[in-house]
Design a protein around this ligand. Sequence first.
Ligand code: NAG
Ligand code: NAG
Length: 302
Amino acid sequence: MRFLPRLVISAALGIATFLSWRLLLWSPATGQGGDLAPRAAEGFTLTLDTFIHVQQLRKKRLRAFCSRSGKVTMLPRSREERARLLSSLRVSSKLDLLYCQVPSTGVEEWQQFLEKLEKENVTLPVPLPYPWRHTPETQLSEFNLTEIEAMLGSYTKVLFARDPFQRLISTFMQGIGSSPSFSSFVQDVLDSGQHSASVAWKPLVSLCHPCLIQYDYVVMFGFLRQELGHLLQRAGLPVDSFLPEFTDTQVRWTYSWLSEQMFRELSLQQKKQLSHFYRWDLAAFPFSSSFLSDLLSTPETW
Ligand SMILES: *[C@@H]1O[C@H](CO)[C@@H](O)[C@H](O)[C@H]1NC(C)=O
Ligand SMILES: *[C@@H]1O[C@H](CO)[C@@H](O)[C@H](O)[C@H]1NC(C)=O
């Protein structure tokens, strides 16, 4: 099959989502024991110890990447430069949280959740030593250098990560760009290059600057509810009861299947170029099951 029309894929996604919802609704364990209840759609329980261990591994990998990559590690002095560099970074000065906003990584649901939390007047058990002005402002670059440095030093910083190939598929399905087929969409992405890449598909490393910002947590699409549950607890926000069902678990298997189908539609050259395009993300994060990882043959060309 040369070409999977968007409609067929959307229908498949819809059915898979519907089926996983049914599973969730029928699961007698749902809602029991808060976040630690076994869930039909997830099938495993992430203990706090495992969560912490996994975070350490992810951050170790990031540090190794940063030590050899020559990426930005300093905040620019000029306001314009900062605005450009930090354009994807958001903060909640009320919850002392900072996160990188990348489309299709689950961040949209996270933002809705934060808005709800802010309205609920959740109080932090250990307030920061600085009395922050609580602004509705969420763009990190809107603050001055002193404030940005203090926020980077004290806030809980979160990066949402997802296999770049799945981000591409998700973007394609949302109909961003007008390409008739996935392969021509990928060609448009490759032709646009790194510098004029849309935030919808720009590499995470270029959007979130993990060598400049020492993220406390790297959370992975597909496991958001369990990971964010532990994260919020550790950040002093015991908010299990507010935590929504993120849709990432429902589409996880569908996306594995889709990735396989759509990868086949690409030419070998496109596959190689895509791996090169995302080489930083593939090195910085553990996307070992990504189809693009297998093609990454020349790690020294950073
Ligand atoms: C939160 O606090 C504000 C100001 O103190 C108050 O007006 C509002 O009703 C509170 N909201 C809730 C949900 O308690
Ligand atoms: C940064 O902003 C804060 C709060 O508005 C202000 O008190 C401080 O003087 C500013 N610092 C600089 C260096 O402009």
